[in-house]
Write a protein that binds this ligand. Structure first.
Ligand code: FAD
Ligand code: SIN
Length: 528
């Protein structure tokens, strides 16, 4: 089956929905999402969205904090434009119905997180993402031009390759004509022809055994663009959140927001000693790469499987009022956070790299945009500053919408695109092959490509990945397509990119820390 739309959007988180709302007046919009519309990382966001709202904060301070966290691998031009557009994007989210918490004075109640020198994080208690997602869905559903296709899985974007033309990585004129979409209920693959396509597929945390990411985060968009020979970078910078709740059988791991540390909670070893001052003068509020490594090191020293986050000294009423979700969650597993310390452990959380885009969200492939966690804008450098990702998605979806609306009338559909060729696919593969390989992959990545790396560990990881890559490609070629086999293939592609880019980086920088390369303190204006 073939369909034509002006704007195809893959993903229904903050990146996809913001863009949809903005382009809808210009043409027919189709949002494809592989699960329900609100099953996104966006919905899980707790701490909030960073933006400059009031003095004493300034754009310069937020810019400096972002560059410092990113170990100065950031693109300063992109940092500047993102931060200086932050206030406008927040006003727009508010206009669309997002309710951020306010103080009695009527001013927004801004929180502080690791690496921020000022209070600048807008939030809705500890469920900010859920509130933003709610407001965006309600806004998108009002527009008659926006159609939402839930439980449909995008397999691949369509390029000249599908017309039988040979393209290589250096091809300057790769063009996107839409995407092939699987309807798993009907076992049908649709051809969606689109004038422009936005990849807004989120992150890839499920490459690791322990992650805060929802199950949808399997790096699909990054893998699709990589297969289509688009540019990807910075994949070695996988961010581990320092504090996920230690509750071994729970997937995804429940996040204990960094805002709790901003509210006064302190990291301690299981025998009650504070340790962060040994690693950074900012203590428990140092940037995430530093805190995650410090916890990893303390766990290795003590042999324990977690450390503690202590908030028992904070006023109980205020604690419960500001963090109701965390309070209820911990209580549900028998921990009263007003009286007991919370066991926490780092977990894979955010992919700083991804599909390379310019300042208008344009990828290296014509008529293809990317925004949100799947993209690499240059904002985060080697390590993302907390609460800058929701902001990045809002800014770049806005910018991509400006560009797409300008070019849409000049683009023609490509009618020669053939439907998906399913010939030769006869196997209904056994699920055990897929689940077991997924676990193997997660174990390789967690053990060899985690918070602390080495040349030897990376080589081991690559050698083992090669085996499961070959096995999975063979299975994929023969199988009747299912979401699970497509996701596994994507996870393997993305793991490959992480390992290869980590091997290429001959230094310890930001989130990429290797015992073979001592970390050099950047000697410049931001890291005094
Ligand atoms: P998502 O919101 O993840 O949406 C991805 C969409 O793509 C989904 O709709 C999914 O179904 C769809 N999709 C994926 N693959 C396919 C496919 N093959 N076919 C069809 N659809 C597909 N950031 C902050 O700035 N502040 C915070 O406080 C914060 N807290 C966080 C807490 C948690 C627990 C987590 C996991 C992340 C947090 N982050 C936070 C990070 C932030 O939430 C994400 O980076 C951001 O929401 C990503 O938005 P997105 O629109 O790019 O992707
Ligand atoms: C958190 O609330 O700690 C997560 C914030 C983020 O990932 O930006």
């Amino acid at each position: 089956m073939k369909r034509k739309v002006d704007f195809l959007i893959i993903g229904s988180g903050i990146a996809g929905l913001t863009y949809a709302i903005k382009v809808a007046d210009k043409g027919k919009v189709l949002i494809v999402t592989k699960s329900k519309i609100d099953e996104t990382a966006t919905s899980y966001a707790q701490g909030g969205i960073a933006a400059v709202m009031y003095t004493p904060d300034t754009y310069e301070k937020h810019i400096r904090d972002t560059l410092k966290a990113g170990d100065e691998l950031n693109n300063e031009k992109i940092v500047r434009l993102t931060i200086t557009e932050s206030t406008e994007r927040i006003k727009e989210l508010i206009k669309w119905g997002t309710e951020f918490d306010k103080k009695k004075s009527g001013k927004y109640d801004l929180a502080k997180e690791g690496g921020h020198s000022e209070y600048r994080v807008l939030h809705h208690k500890d469920s900010t993402g859920h509130e933003i997602q709610r407001a965006l869905i309600s806004q998108a559903k009002k527009h008659k031009n926006i159609e939402i296709l839930e439980d449909h899985f995008t397999i691949d974007i369509i390029t000249q390759h599908h017309l039988g033309k040979k393209i290589n990585k250096k091809s300057a004129d790769i063009q996107c004509f839409g995407a092939y979409i699987l309807n798993p209920q009907k076992n049908k693959i649709y051809t969606i022809l689109a004038k422009t396509t936005l990849i807004a597929t989120g992150g890839a945390g499920n490459i690791y055994s322990t992650t805060t990411n929802p199950v949808i985060a399997t790096g699909d968009g990054i893998a699709m663009v990589y297969r289509a020979k688009g540019k990807i970078d910075n994949m070695e910078f996988m961010q581990f959140h320092p504090t996920s709740l230690y509750n071994p059988d729970e997937k995804p791991s429940f996040l204990i927001t960094e805002a709790l540390r901003g509210f006064g909670a302190i990291l301690k070893t299981t025998d009650g000693k504070e340790f962060m001052q040994k690693y950074d003068e900012r203590g428990s509020l140092a940037s995430r790469d530093i805190v995650a490594r410090a916890i990893d090191s303390e766990m290795k020293i003590s042999g324990e499987e977690h450390v503690h986050l202590d908030c028992t000294h904070i006023n109980s009423n205020k604690l419960i009022e500001h963090f109701p979700k965390i309070y209820a969650k911990c209580l549900s597993i028998g921990i009263d956070i007003t009286k007991e310390k919370i066991p926490v452990v780092p977990a894979a959380h955010y992919s700083c790299g991804g599909v390379v885009v310019d300042e208008f969200g344009k990828t290296s492939i014509k008529n293809l945009y990317a925004s949100g966690e799947c993209s690499s804008t240059g904002l985060h450098g080697a390590n993302r500053l907390a609460s800058n990702s929701l902001l990045e998605a809002a800014v770049f979806s806005h910018r991509a919408s400006i560009d797409a609306k300008q070019i849409i009338d000049s683009i023609e559909f490509c009618d020669e695109i053939p439907d998906w060729d399913a010939s030769g696919t006869v196997l209904n593969e056994e699920m055990i092959l897929i689940t077991q390989t997924t676990k193997e992959l997660q174990s390789i990545m967690s053990n060899y490509v985690g918070i602390v790396r080495s040349n030897l560990r990376l080589k081991r990881a690559l050698d083992r990945l090669e085996i499961i890559y070959q096995e999975t490609e063979e299975l994929y070629e023969k199988s009747i397509l299912t979401v699970k086999i497509c996701e596994l293939r994507n996870l393997i592609n993305v793991a490959y990119l992480i390992i290869k880019m980590a091997m290429k980086r001959k230094e310890s920088r930001g989130l990429h820390y290797s015992i073979d390369y001592p970390k050099i303190k950047m000697k410049n204006k931001f890291n005094k």
